[in-house]
Design a protein around this ligand. Structure first.
Ligand code: BG6
Length: 345
């Protein structure tokens, strides 16, 4: 069943291009929401746990940027006890790969009690969550056996983009031309992930330089921060080493004290408009003796000059700024591969 892969996580990492194609091909077509309902929501709340929560953070970025609808993202185990400010004009989205996570189910119960419209995004057909929500979108990742989610996450991110585009279209916040460009970019993502997978040996080799380190830090801004959080979670979950993610600008407000000689910092700089800012944070890391692993898009002299190792991701056309997700999916794919590499301690 592992088809020659040493473990399921790696097999599932390699299944991402296919999984994404499946998700793009079909997933939001069954949505029952009418255009009037989509236009009528005053806010969206995304609630989830673990990796699904991190995909929700990308969802906030996408929905707010593309459709200008306010989005809160809440950890489900907090949401259920927080007496949330939601009502019949709110859409509550529960995201769960398995569709069975108890806290996420409880959050949905709370949302229904308050009269909200509910939508689940799940990978498992007929899972409990699908019976508890008004609408369902299926990610089409195929069975995910590894506890550490990989293809489930990237397909969730893809659904967030498809939903964001639908909301943008209905709420009139995005030109048809821009949406067409974005759609074309999304169709390229599986190929880009394929390109990253081809670099696997190179990534593993770099992981080999760091595999005895006990602490890892991840930093980024905007979308990169959301990806950094997921990268750190994945490393903890798979390697049992301490890993933490920071919003890059927060580095100076405390965490810098932890960056000492040789401590590895994975710096994500995939958004051109934030590149210089993030590079200035990398410089600070280097000044403290830290070792920087940069992840960027295309060729960036700035990142090259400051980092010890650099991964280049394929570059999306800049006409379509939120297409940074392409970078984001690809970056995550890369971080996922890094994890098994680091695990061989
Ligand atoms: C945790 C898993 O127990 O559940 C995480 O370790 C996962 O990997 C989280 O992201 C949430 O799961 P689900 O199925 O609700 O997305």
């Amino acid at each position: 069943e592992r088809e020659g892969y040493p473990h399921f996580m790696l097999k599932e990492i390699h299944e991402q291009p296919r999984a994404l194609q499946e998700t793009m091909g079909s997933s939001i077509s069954d949505l029952q929401l009418t255009p009037a309902q989509i236009r009528g929501f005053s806010k969206v709340v995304i609630t989830a746990c673990g990796t699904s929560y991190h995909a929700g953070l990308i969802g906030k970025y996408v929905l707010e940027r593309l459709a200008r609808v306010p989005v809160d993202v809440d950890v489900a185990s907090e949401f259920r006890y927080s007496d949330p400010l939601i009502d019949e004009n709110s859409l509550v989205i529960a995201m769960s790969q398995s569709g069975e996570t108890a806290d996420t189910l409880a959050a949905i119960k709370e949302a229904r009690k308050k009269g909200c419209r509910t939508l689940s995004i799940t990978n498992v057909v007929d899972s409990t969550i699908t019976r508890e929500t008004d609408d369902v979108i299926y990610t089409r990742a195929g069975t995910e056996i590894s506890i550490a989610a990989t293809k489930a996450y990237t397909t969730q991110v893809m659904v967030m983009y498809l939903l964001g585009m639908l909301f943008a279209r209905e709420r009139g916040w995005c030109s048809t031309d821009k949406l067409a460009v974005l759609e074309a970019v999304l169709y390229q993502v599986p190929d880009w992930i394929e390109e990253i997978l081809e670099q696997e040996n190179n990534i593993q080799e770099i992981a080999g330089h760091y595999h005895t380190c006990d602490d890892f830090f991840y930093l980024g801004r905007g979308l990169d921060w959301a990806v950094a959080l997921e990268g750190a979670l994945k490393l903890k979950e798979t390697s049992y080493v301490h890993a933490e993610a920071f919003a890059a600008g927060e580095l100076k407000h405390g965490p810098l004290a932890l960056i000492t000689e040789g401590v590895p910092v994975v710096a994500l700089a995939t958004q051109e408009d934030l590149m210089e800012k993030t590079v200035s944070n990398i410089r600070v890391v280097k000044a403290r003796g830290g070792s920087a692993i940069g992840i960027t898009v295309g060729q960036s002299d700035l990142v090259d000059e400051t980092c010890d190792y650099v991964f280049q991701l394929p570059k999306a056309p800049s006409v379509c700024e939120p297409a940074a997700v392409s970078g984001c999916s690809a970056a995550l794919c890369l971080l996922h591969i890094l994890c098994p590499g680091l695990r061989c301690r």
